[in-house]
Design a protein around this ligand. Structure first.
Ligand SMILES: [Zn+2]
Ligand SMILES: [Zn+2]
Length: 659
């Protein structure tokens, strides 16, 4: 066998020897000897070697010479690609020269032209590529060859992040009357500045290319970077049968990443139904869906996804991203033990896995556990990042762990070389503020290296509400409405501070401001999942079919709570409005939505925990009410409000009244 071997890995030029690979030499030689005996034509054999990634062997065979007569049109493009793969620029130019000598260039061989153009581009030799394109005679070159040539060079410029060069070439293409195709658009659309994308979209539509699956998918993903509306429009305009998995994934993530969780879940249910035309979700789909479930607290949809994963994707535990999404879902839907179990089962964890679990424990008020996890993570050699620090600091804040919070905040720069961002300052202002250290919180804001945003001032304002501090509250309020003049929650907070301190004329003033600015308070709403359906309750809402029984139960419970607490937990009706606590003589209104949701749960389930998701923070009255009812009725209520979880059991809440 050995004597049949061709010279091993001959250098293309004297200055640029091909590096031989001694370790693989024996195996390669044996395989190559087989090739040499093959009955495949020479050109085809060269191409096969390139396709198999055996680039050195392909070049050796080219060098070795061809038993068949030139021009070897089929072999040359393959060896150009092999040269590019081996980073041999001079090899590419030698084959370029050879092609010209044999009359294959500048225009008659589309494969060779495009192989040369894309190899030059890939190797960063854009001037050589431009020169080759310039030499092509427009009149005599077939239109398809011209289009391929332009496409190769445009994608080369895109590869080197030169959008201006891409568009200059595209303009040249248009001026020369060369027709573009889907491939052109697939390169240009992602490289285009946002304002240009709709123009390309219009061009694509005029050329009849916009509904092509690959082009539409590309438009959806690019539009999705700036909101879901246009992405959705492209998706809706696609013929249903040409939507593939990529289309569904792109439109789903457009919605889930832009916070439109309800629409994302709606799309998912369409995909799983007959609209999906048999397209099965993959890990990418499920990550989007789980993140929307986590956002909404849509337990039953998320648990359905979990069942699907366990059934159809048995190896899902090795998909770190998917597991992270599931951990985040579990944690945000109140299933901490499941989150912990999956975390333990993951063979490989990323910092995102740790952060999801730390944040989850934090939201449930388990500050100690969160800190222990963080320490374990650090001891396993994972360096915390900014997101992990936000999770840790907010865990400290929710658990009232003042000293630990301060310690980790200062460790950010000293131990982990992380510069605190606005989010970290927000956590710290929240932590200090809740602990009653309002002045210290105020000083921290003054010391910030960047201007405070609405969240930072809002955290201070929230703390002033807890501690009924009008003076600092007014200052925070002035700042916060300067930054976020239309965020109605801050006006409500300020009004509540005035109410709690008995300054009713000031309440009137804040309300007048809201009226002047045309602001309406966000209606409070809560929902419970029951038998796979979501039951939504607004404050004072009578639309539920069981409304009569629900209201009767709430009234009965309020009476029992009043008796049990000797009237310290008052009856809500007539005193409070969702988001407001006002002592003005409002007629009997305001059954806060979480009370209705809990009553619905009590009427329709036995023994099990009742999980409620609420959009705003739980008010003090409802909080006391739920604590007492959990003891009276011997039930567990798990309420996720705008900032954290409250688990009411045996007359107490997991937040230890600190929220
Ligand atoms: Zn309430
Ligand atoms: Zn609580």
């Amino acid at each position: 066998m050995v004597e049949h071997l061709p010279p091993p890995h001959l250098p293309m030029t004297a200055t640029e020897p091909l590096k031989s690979v001694p370790t693989a030499a024996v195996a390669a030689a044996a395989a190559f000897a087989d090739d040499a005996n093959s009955t495949e034509p020479w050109s085809a054999r060269v191409r096969s070697l390139t396709r198999l990634g055996r680039h050195r062997d392909a070049l050796a065979l080219l060098r070795d010479g061809d038993p068949s007569p030139p021009p070897h049109a089929l072999a040359l493009p393959a060896t150009v690609i092999s040269c590019a793969a081996l980073s041999l620029p001079s090899g590419v130019s030698q084959i370029h020269a050879l092609g010209s000598k044999r009359g294959l260039l500048p225009s008659s061989d589309a494969y060779l032209v495009s192989a040369l153009l894309s190899s030059y581009s890939r190797l960063g030799l854009l001037p050589c590529a431009h020169q080759l394109l310039d030499e092509m005679p427009l009149a005599s070159t077939p239109p398809a060859t011209l289009c391929t040539a332009f496409n190769s060079l445009i994608s080369g410029c895109a590869l080197h992040a030169l959008p201006a060069a891409c568009f200059a070439l595209f303009r040249r293409m248009r001026v020369a009357g060369v027709r573009f195709d889907a491939v052109t658009l697939l390169t240009l659309v992602p490289a285009a500045p946002p304002s240009v994308v709709p123009q390309l979209h219009a061009l694509a539509a005029r050329a009849g290319l916009a509904a092509e699956t690959s082009v539409a998918n590309c438009l959806i993903s690019v539009y999705a970077r700036r909101g879901a509306a246009l992405a959705r429009q492209v998706f809706d305009e696609m013929p249903a049968a040409s939507r593939d998995l990529v289309s569904w994934n792109a439109v789903l993530s457009a919605h889930s990443q832009n916070g439109l969780a309800v629409d994302a879940l709606d799309l998912y249910s369409r995909m799983r139904g007959c609209d999906g035309h048999g397209v099965e979700p993959d890990a990418v789909t499920l990550v989007s869906v789980l993140s929307s479930c986590a956002h909404l607290g849509a337990r039953s949809v998320g648990l359905g996804v979990e069942r699907y994963m366990r059934g159809k994707l048995p190896g899902f535990r090795t998909n770190v991203q998917l597991c992270n999404a599931l951990i985040n879902f579990y944690a945000r839907c109140g299933c901490l033990p499941q989150a912990q179990q999956l975390f333990n089962e993951m063979p490989r964890k990323s910092i995102v896995s740790w952060t999801a679990l730390i944040t989850g424990y934090g939201m449930h008020g388990h500050g100690e556990v969160a800190i222990n996890l963080f320490q374990t993570m650090v001891s396993e050699g994972i360096r915390p990042d900014n997101v992990a620090m936000v999770g840790l600091l907010s865990a400290c804040s929710h658990a009232g762990m003042y000293d630990e919070g301060r310690k980790y905040f200062s460790a950010m720069e000293s131990a982990y070389q992380l510069r605190p961002t606005l989010e970290h300052y927000t956590c710290m202002v929240d932590l200090l503020g809740r602990a009653g250290r309002l002045k210290e919180a105020r000083e921290l804001i003054s010391s910030m290296p960047m201007p405070a945003d609405g969240a930072v001032w809002g955290a201070l304002l929230g703390a002033c509400k807890i501690h009924k501090n009008v003076e600092i509250g007014e200052e925070a309020f002035e700042h916060v409405i300067e930054v976020e003049p239309t965020n109605v929650g801050y006006y409500v907070l300020m009004a509540n501070i005035y109410t709690d301190t008995g300054q009713l004329d000031c309440v009137v003033r804040v309300r007048a401001m809201m009226r002047e600015r045309g602001l309406k308070k966000e209606p409070g709403c809560s929902y419970v999942e029951h038998k796979g359906r979501v039951h939504l309750f607004m404050a004072d809402d009578h639309s539920h079919p069981q409304a009569k029984r629900i209201y009767e139960l709430v009234l009965k419970l309020e009476q029992m709570v009043k008796e049990k607490t000797d009237g310290t937990v008052g009856i809500q009706g007539g005193r409070m409005i969702e988001g407001h606590s006002e002592k003005t003589a409002v007629p009997l209104i305001g059954f806060h939505s979480e009370k209705l949701a809990v009553a619905f749960g009590m009427l329709n389930t036995v023994g099990s925990e009742i999980a409620v998701i609420k959009n705003l923070r739980v008010c003090g009255n409802c909080h006391s009410f739920l604590k007492t009812v959990s003891a009276i009725a011997n039930r567990v209520f798990l309420v996720r409000d705008a900032s954290r979880f409250h688990r009411f059991e045996d007359g107490a809440c997991s937040c230890k009244d600190y929220w």
